[in-house]
Design a protein around this ligand. Structure first.
Ligand code: TXA
Ligand code: MG
Length: 344
């Protein structure tokens, strides 16, 4: 399906109606959100959720986010929304923020993978909101990629991974943020960031004061509280290494790999385009002057290496870990399976 998101009345759009009807029949439908494309299924139906896990090849212990189209809908699924959570909802919904609450058991158990908590988010994309409203059910939606691959930021990415495995794709063009939502656990007194994403730590703290960061995001040894964070993720086929350091250091990495006969791909911001020699392939990813553009282009950039097949190894330039840079570096580290070389 293709939907022009500029049409006036999305809820009367035939493609939205058809997609909503599929969701009500417990089929899986991929759709755009402001972060990445999601693979949606009726969150009240174990059958629908089983289809999502099967299509993605997702480990069964990794719970899904339930998407709602109205803030008030969360009270159907949880009785425990504290004041800080309410402030975050007021400030950032609809938007790229997922909140974790103790649940009341009314969603399919497969959504929460048996945990006592549920992840809920109200997405900020008009097409996503129209589809969820029309379906009339909460929509569980992980990113619409094959498990382990970079998340899809276009309908074409979804098709590469899931064509033939899902009922439909609603094509609303490229997504905006480009990285997944920030996941914040609101089940305790002090909110904890479990996954950095579209809303930054600084933005959260402006609204509710200090928030914690799951220690597992920094140290590899601690067990992550967000089950999804323990899996290798976002990885292109060629082995990726994150490079922290000067231009000269970056060039040395290229030269060394090229000397050993490997075809080298590089992922660099536009300011560095054309600056290095000896790479078989260069993919440009946003501008270092605006890290939001790096976030927006990151997954398409990683997927570009798979499409061309021209690189055996990839070197990606690190970005500063400020604002959305935290989320960018989190995804790069995961895509690299923590292979990082640092000049210092
Ligand atoms: O931007 C997004 O969040 C996208 C769009 C489609 O909304 N969705 C997304 O879903 O990224 P997914 O399934 O790829 O990532 C959900 C993350 C996983 O890391 C999962 O482990 C975590 O949220 N999660 C879900 N329920 C949880 C829970 N009850 N406790 C802790 N973590 C949870
Ligand atoms: Mg995902």
């Amino acid at each position: 399906f293709i939907v022009d998101i500029n049409v006036d009345n999305l809820s009367e759009n035939q493609a939205v109606k058809d997609a909503a009807a599929l969701l009500r029949k417990n089929e899986t439908v991929a759709f755009p959100t402001e972060t990445v494309y999601g693979l949606g299924g009726n969150a009240l139906s174990g059958e629908a959720i089983a289809r999502i896990f099967k299509a993605k090849g997702r480990p069964a212990d990794n719970p899904l986010i339930a998407h709602v189209a109205d803030k008030e809908d969360i009270y159907r699924y949880t009785e425990d929304v504290n004041e800080k959570a309410e402030q975050l909802i007021d400030a950032f919904w609809p938007g790229p923020l997922t909140l974790i609450f103790p649940h009341n058991g009314s969603l399919s158990e497969a959504v929460t993978a048996g945990l006592p908590t549920v992840a809920i988010r109200m997405p900020g994309h008009p097409l996503a909101l129209a589809l969820i409203r029309k379906a009339g059910v909460p929509v569980a939606a992980p990113s619409a990629n094959t498990s382990g691959r970079p998340s899809p930021t276009s309908a074409a990415h979804v098709r590469v991974d899931l064509d033939g495995k899902i009922a439909a794709v609603v094509d609303g063009g490229a997504t905006g943020v480009g990285l997944e939502s920030t996941v914040v656990d609101c089940s305790g007194d002090i909110p904890v960031i479990l996954r950095p994403g579209g809303i930054t730590k600084e933005q959260l703290e402006e609204v509710i004061g200090p928030v914690e960061v799951d220690p597992a995001l920094a140290a590899e040894t601690a067990a992550p509280r967000s089950p999804g964070m323990k899996y290798t993720h976002y990885a292109p086929n060629a082995a990726l290494t994150v490079v922290e350091g000067s231009d000269r250091f970056f060039q040395e990495q290229i030269d060394e790999a090229a000397r050993s006969g490997r075809r080298v791909g590089i992922l660099v911001p536009e300011e560095k385009a054309g600056r290095y020699t000896g790479a078989a392939e260069q993919v440009v990813c946003g501008s270092s002057h605006d890290l939001r553009t790096v976030a927006r282009d990151l997954y398409a950039g990683l997927r570009a290496f798979d499409l061309s097949g021209r690189s055996d190894v990839i070197f990606a330039a690190a970005v500063p870990e400020t604002d959305i840079g935290q989320a960018v570096m989190n995804r790069l580290r995961k895509a690299a399976g923590n292979r990082i070389v640092s000049e210092k």
